[in-house]
Ligand binder design. Sequence first.
Ligand code: SF4
Ligand code: SF4
Ligand code: SF4
Length: 317
Amino acid sequence: MQNLSSLIQDAAKKLLEEKKVDLVIGFEQGSLPLRSTPYFARTPEEAGNLIWNSTCENNLANYLRKRSDKVAVVAKGCDVRSIVALIKENQINKDNLYIIGIPCSGMIDQNKVNAAVEEKDIVEAIDNGEQIVIKGAGYEKTVAKADVIHDFCAGCKYGNPVIYDELIGEKVPEKSGDDYADIVEFEAKPAAERQAYLAAEMSKCIRCYACRNACPMCYCTECFVDCSTPEWISKSIDTGDNLIFHAVRALHTAGRCVDCGACVRACPMGVDISKLTRKLAKDVKQLFNYEAGVNLEDKPALSTFTPDDPETFLVKE
Ligand code: SF4
Ligand code: SF4
Ligand code: SF4
């Protein structure tokens, strides 16, 4: 990981020195152990602050829409999928973007780490590649990274960026396809059980909109939840309105969601939003054989149709 950080710093420094870009967007060390934070390096000196490790979880495509400056971005597999999807939606001008692609084997789930140390304060953490040594007041614990990897990452088959201008690090082994086993299992439950599960999850939501703000594909100038005429949902927190927010958001990202998990990771309340987002991703894959952001050529699933589409509204009598 240290080596990757150095290589990223060197690449960023060179791009800035040669004035190929105005800015390199990556990560810097956070103020707490096992935390990193998005970082904007504008000078070769600032490039020295860039890091890479398994806490670089934010989806940096979020910072790339509608920019007029020349930008380089340090991008893992799911960031690049978002970039591809946003290029197709004319939100990113690829001519102004330089992608420093990083093969990714997964980011750690802070909740799993906290559970592993029984919610004790973490004072220091040493990332040894396969293991993380965590230290706090009066304790030291070594956890296998595989045990604390985020659920989204465990099933990810696009850890290797699908496009890049420069690749840093060795490609990770290809994984077999996502079989959406979690969604298949959920779909098999009785309707009442699914309804109760979603109601329980929605009751935790405080409608802070961190999930929406962390999502690179949620970029409407005015989100429907912020409209006042008409007021689609109440401003107060209500389980039913919470579900409307999440269901509509999932529908708005249908065929566009890249399954990065940024929305889930951003949630301070641990709401399981993935049952909705991944359900839509599964249906789009099954119905249209389409996955968002995996190549620049395919037309977005919901922007096209075939003449033999079984939906009658497409048939001219
Ligand atoms: S979803 Fe894939 S690319 Fe994204 S952080 Fe997880 S493993 Fe890496
Ligand atoms: S699901 Fe989580 S992040 Fe999203 S609005 Fe609710 S509390 Fe906030
Ligand atoms: S809805 Fe969530 S998983 Fe899908 S692209 Fe947005 S942040 Fe990523």
